[in-house]
Design a protein around this ligand. Structure first.
Ligand SMILES: *[C@@H]1O[C@H](CO)[C@@H](O)[C@H](O)[C@H]1NC(C)=O
Ligand SMILES: *[C@@H]1O[C@H](CO)[C@@H](O)[C@H](O)[C@H]1NC(C)=O
Ligand SMILES: *[C@@H]1O[C@H](CO)[C@@H](O)[C@H](O)[C@H]1NC(C)=O
Length: 517
C-alpha cells in the first residue's frame, strides 16, 4: 500500500545516494503494514554467523526482516541527525545525477534483494514490483540501470571509530553510518567502535545506538574502556594503543571467522555526510590508494575563518608540512597547491585529517603494520602514530597516499555551517533560470567561487581520472612529541628526517592489491 505512495524512482535513488533516503520516506509516511516480530524472528541469519570468540558471537544476531529494518531507518531518520541532517537538503539536480552515476559501482545490495520485493528494491524500482517493471519495460533505461546496479558486490568495509567524550556527534555519526551502510550493503559493512574513558554520557548513548544498529542488522562491535593515558610512558604509545584497539575485531574476524575486508574506513569524532564517505571510498578504490584522507578544517580566531587543521600529520609529496592557513596557502608544493585549489585529489607523503580509508593488505600480510609510536632507540623522530603508519605504508609498498580536498570535514557546528553554506536561489536574486550550472556549460557554478563553496559542487572530468603517482621524498619534515613537558602537542624541535630507501623506490607506488570497481 505504501509502495504506491512512494515518490518516483529517480528521486528516491538520489535520496539513497545522497542520504535523503530516510527523510524522504518519513515525509511520505510509508508504512509496510507488517508486524514487528520481535526477537522471535529466526528466518534470517546474520552474515556474522561464523563462529569465533564470545565477543564476536555477540554479533551473531538474528537479522530483522527488511520491513522491520525500514521501520527502524524511518525512526532513525527523524531522531538522530542533528548537525549533518541538512548536508544535502536540496542538491542541485545535476549534482544528484552525477552522484547517482558516480557511486552506482559502490552499491552493494544483493541481487536477491532486487527480486524479493524488499524495501530497497521497492525504492529502487519506484514503488512497483521490480519484476513487473522489468517485464513491462516501464521506466526505461533508468530501471535497467538500476537492475545492473543491484548486481552482487562483495567489497567489504571495516569501519573503525575512536570516540572520546563524543556525546554531541554520536547521533550524526550513526545516522551517516546507517545510510552509508544502506548504500554499500549492510552485509558488506562491519563497524568497530572503541571508546576510551569518556566522562560525559558517551557510554550510555553508545548503548542506545548499539541496540539500534543491531535492530537494523548493521554488524557492530562497541568496546569501551576506562584505561587512561596515565598507564603509558609515552603519549603516542597511548594514542596508537587506542587506534589499535578499534582494529582488534578486524584481526579477530579473520582469525576466528575467516572474514577478510577489502577497505578500512578509520574515523575520528567528526561530522561527515554520506557523500563525503562515498567519495573517499570511491577515490580510494579508483586510485588503488594505500591511504586516502579528507581535508579537515578548524576555526582560526585571528584570521576569522576556517583553516586547514591537521598539519601535524599532513606532508606534501616533497615532505613539507601543510599549513594551518587559508585555502590558497595550505600547500607549499606548487603542483599540489594547484590541484588542491581545484578540489582535485592530491598525492601526499602523509595525511589523516579526521577520516582515512586504508587498504587493509599491509595489516593482514607482512609487514603487518599497526599503529605505533616511534622507535626511539633507533633514532626515529617521535611523530604522530598516523604519520608513522603512512611511513610504514610507504615502506610496505603501499605508498599511494592521497588527500581528497572535495571532502571537507568539520569538528563542530560552527565550521560545519561555514563549509557547507546554503545554496542561494539566484533566480530570485539575479534572474538566473536555474540553480547551479549554466545551460551551455553545466559545470560553471556561479556559487562556486569561494573555496568552501556549496556541498553539491559539480564533479569535473579531472576528478574521474587516474592519478599519476611519483615516488616519495627522501626527507620528511618531522615535528616530534615526546610529551615530556606540559605541552599538549609537538614539543621537540622539528627536523628533516631521512626516509628509508624503500619509500622512494618505484616499488613503493606500484599497485599490489587491486581494489578497483
Ligand atoms: C582517549 O583517546 C583520545 C584520542 O583518541 C585522547 O585524546 C583522550 O585523551 C583519551 N581519553 C583519556 C581519558 O585518556
Ligand atoms: C622540498 O624539500 C626540501 C627538503 O627535502 C626542502 O628543503 C624544500 O624547502 C622543499 N620545498 C618546498 C617547496 O617545500
Ligand atoms: C527560486 O526563486 C524563484 C523566484 O522567486 C522561484 O520561482 C523558484 O521556485 C525558486 N527555486 C527554488 C529551487 O527554490
Amino acid at each position: 500500500m505504501a509502495g504506491r505512495k512512494m515518490p518516483s524512482a529517480g528521486s528516491l535513488l538520489v535520496g539513497i545516494l545522497v542520504g535523503l533516503l530516510v527523510a524522504t520516506l518519513v515525509r511520505r509516511g510509508g508504512s509496510d503494514g507488517e508486524n514487528w516480530q520481535g526477537s522471535g524472528a529466526r528466518n534470517l541469519r546474520s552474515h556474522a554467523a561464523l563462529g569465533g570468540s564470545s565477543r564476536l558471537q555477540r554479533s551473531q544476531i538474528t537479522l530483522p526482516s527488511l520491513s522491520q529494518r525500514l521501520r527502524i531507518l524511518q525512526l532513525m531518520g527523524t531522531l538522530s541527525p542533528h548537525h549533518t541532517k541538512e548536508c544535502t537538503r536540496s542538491p542541485q539536480s545535476i549534482y544528484a545525477e552525477q552522484v547517482h552515476d558516480r557511486y552506482a559501482p559502490l552499491v552493494g545490495h544483493k541481487r536477491s534483494w532486487a527480486t524479493s520485493g524488499s524495501f530497497l528494491a521497492r525504492m529502487l524500482g519506484g514503488g512497483k514490483d521490480v519484476n513487473q517493471l522489468n517485464a513491462n519495460g516501464v521506466g526505461g533505461s533508468q530501471n535497467s540501470r538500476i537492475k545492473r546496479d543491484l548486481a552482487a558486490q562483495n567489497h567489504k568495509y571495516f569501519f573503525a571509530i575512536n570516540l572520546y567524550n563524543s556525546f554531541d556527534v554520536i547521533p550524526d555519526i550513526f545516522a551517516t553510518l546507517f545510510r552509508t551502510a544502506a548504500v554499500l550493503g549492510y552485509h558488506n559493512v562491519f563497524v568497530s567502535i572503541y571508546e576510551n574513558g569518556s566522562s560525559d554520557q558517551t557510554k550510555s548513548l553508545l548503548k542506545i545506538f548499539d541496540a539500534l544498529a543491531r535492530a537494523v542488522g548493521l554488524r557492530i562491535d562497541i568496546r569501551t574502556s576506562m584505561r587512561t593515558r596515565g598507564a603509558f610512558n609515552h603519549r603516542i604509545e597511548y594514542l596508537a594503543e587506542v587506534r589499535n584497539a578499534a582494529m582488534v575485531p578486524l584481526h579477530e574476524l579473520r582469525d576466528n571467522g575467516n572474514e577478510v575486508f577489502d577497505s578500512i574506513v578509520f574515523m575520528n569524532d567528526i561530522l561527515p555526510c554520506v557523500d563525503d564517505l562515498l567519495e573517499l571510498i570511491w577515490q580510494s578504490r579508483k586510485q588503488n590508494a594505500g591511504i586516502t584522507c579528507a581535508a579537515d578544517y578548524m576555526y582560526h580566531d585571528d584570521i576569522g575563518a576556517p583553516v586547514f587543521y591537521d598539519n601535524w600529520v599532513a606532508r606534501d609529496i616533497n615532505g613539507t608540512a601543510l599549513e594551518n592557513a587559508p585555502f590558497e596557502q595550505v600547500f607549499h608544493h606548487t603542483e599540489s597547491n594547484h590541484r588542491f585549489q581545484r578540489h582535485l585529489p592530491v598525492q601526499v607523503q602523509s595525511c589523516w585529517n579526521g577520516i582515512a580509508v586504508l587498504d587493509p593488505a599491509p595489516f593482514y600480510a607482512p609487514p603487518n603494520v599497526k599503529f605505533r609510536m616511534a622507535r626511539l632507540p633507533d633514532g626515529e623522530c617521535s611523530a604522530s602514530e598516523c604519520s608513522l603508519i603512512c611511513n610504514d605504508y610507504w615502506n610496505a609498498g603501499y605508498g599511494r597516499i592521497i588527500m581528497v580536498p572535495r571532502v571537507k570535514l568539520a569538528y563542530d557546528k560552527k565550521v560545519y555551517d561555514i563549509i557547507h553554506p546554503d545554496r542561494r536561489n539566484l533566480t530570485a536574486i539575479r534572474g538566473y533560470k536555474r540553480l547551479g550550472g549554466l545551460p551551455d556549460d553545466p559545470h560553471t557554478d556561479p556559487q562556486d567561487r569561494s573555496w568552501y563553496g556549496p556541498h553539491d559542487r559539480l564533479f569535473t572530468k579531472e576528478e574521474e581520472e587516474e592519478m599519476t603517482f611519483r615516488t616519495g621524498p627522501e626527507s620528511v619534515w618531522c615535528w616530534g612529541w615526546d610529551g615530556a613537558g606540559d605541552l599538549d602537542g609537538p614539543d621537540v624541535d622539528p627536523i628533516w628526517e631521512k626516509m628509508q630507501p624503500k619509500s622512494y623506490s618505484p616499488e613503493a607506488i606500484t599497485i599490489k592489491h587491486d581494489r578497483g570497481m
